[in-house]
Ligand binder design. Structure first.
Ligand SMILES: Nc1ncnc2c1ncn2[C@@H]1O[C@H](COP(=O)(O)OP(=O)(O)OP(=O)(O)O)[C@@H](O)[C@H]1O
Ligand SMILES: [Mg+2]
Length: 275
């Protein structure tokens, strides 16, 4: 099982878009067993998989979310013996990933993470890693979508991961942020003792009419720290990607052969880089 986190402290660079479509291509084009984990309190990846009413229904029925992995405090459960309510800590073995309609499983995110963060306790950062170890033989890839903040959730994702993948929008501000990102990851890895490796940088939301992609390619090929990390293909800016997301539409569903062919090559390069 290979675990990979989508990381960038810059918001809106395509982390979630890459995470959900990577999961979708790996499962459907590459026949891999995939688990997607949403550790972002904004839970956008979950919204790409469930309509609002489906999510509300899931929560109302007591469905587990990422909060149950991080929070080892008690949860009210009904005793199957006498029907009375009991307060019991959730066991990892009870938290079953949800089957999505896309052929891969996922752990839904939750806005409740914001509440937990305020009272983050020691050791909580390791719980996702421990939980995923219990699923070691069930998946080929675990893809983690993380928030754009150097939070306990981002650290948890890195602790649980073998690799991190960086989506970058090719504009000057985003590119300066990536050195900062590298510094934060190094500092956190020393503090927490994790060894998560970079498995590359993907240019996203690329506007072919501007020279920004060329500038970004030059930056990444000449900068000694990032040499060799840039994927050969990038993800073009396409309004249909943004439009379709809340209708649970993925790149595979969009009638755009260039977009799909490019993404397919990105996924093949991803597989090689995580071998
Ligand atoms: N290739 C693309 N072309 C056009 N729009 C895109 C593309 N990729 C992503 N988007 C849109 O850009 C916005 C940001 O993308 P996304 O949510 O994937 O970024 P993010 O890095 O996960 O953001 P956040 O930091 O808030 O989690 C979304 O509205 C998404 O639909
Ligand atoms: Mg996101």
């Amino acid at each position: 099982m290979k675990t990979v986190s989508l990381i960038n402290m810059k918001g809106g660079v395509g982390k979630t878009t890459v995470a959900v479509n990577l999961a979708d291509f790996l499962a459907n084009r590459e026949s891999q067993r995939v688990l997607l984990v949403d550790v972002d309190p904004q839970f956008n990846a979950t919204q790409c998989l469930l309509q609002g009413d489906q999510y509300v229904d899931y929560i109302e029925k007591g469905g587990y979310t990422i909060v149950d992995i991080f929070d080892n405090s008690t949860r009210i459960t009904n005793s199957i013996v006498d029907g009375t309510a009991r307060h019991e800590p959730v066991k990892f073995s009870e938290i079953k990933p949800v089957k999505s309609s896309r052929g891969f499983d996922f752990i839904p995110g939750s806005l409740q993470l914001f509440k937990l963060e305020m009272s983050a306790g020691s050791g909580r950062e390791n719980r996702l890693s421990h939980y995923l170890k219990t699923l070691e033989n069930e998946y080929d890839y675990v893809i983690i979508d993380s928030p754009p903040t150097p939070s306990v959730w981002m650290v948890s994702a890195l602790i649980a991961s073998d690799y991190y993948l960086i989506p970058v929008k090719p504009d000057p501000i985003s590119m300066t942020g990536i050195d900062l990102l590298q510094g934060i990851i190094r500092e956190r890895s020393e503090n927490y003792g994790f060894r998560c490796k970079c498995c590359g940088i993907i240019l996203t939301i690329v506007d072919t009419r501007s020279t920004l992609r060329k500038d970004a390619e030059t930056f990444f090929s000449t900068n000694s720290r990032w040499k060799g990390q840039l994927y050969a293909k990038s993800i073009l800016k396409r309004a249909n990607i943004a439009k379709g997301q809340l209708n649970n539409q993925f790149i595979r569903d969009i009638d755009d052969s260039t977009l799909k062919a490019d993404f397919s090559l990105i996924v093949k390069e991803f597989i090689r880089r995580t071998e």
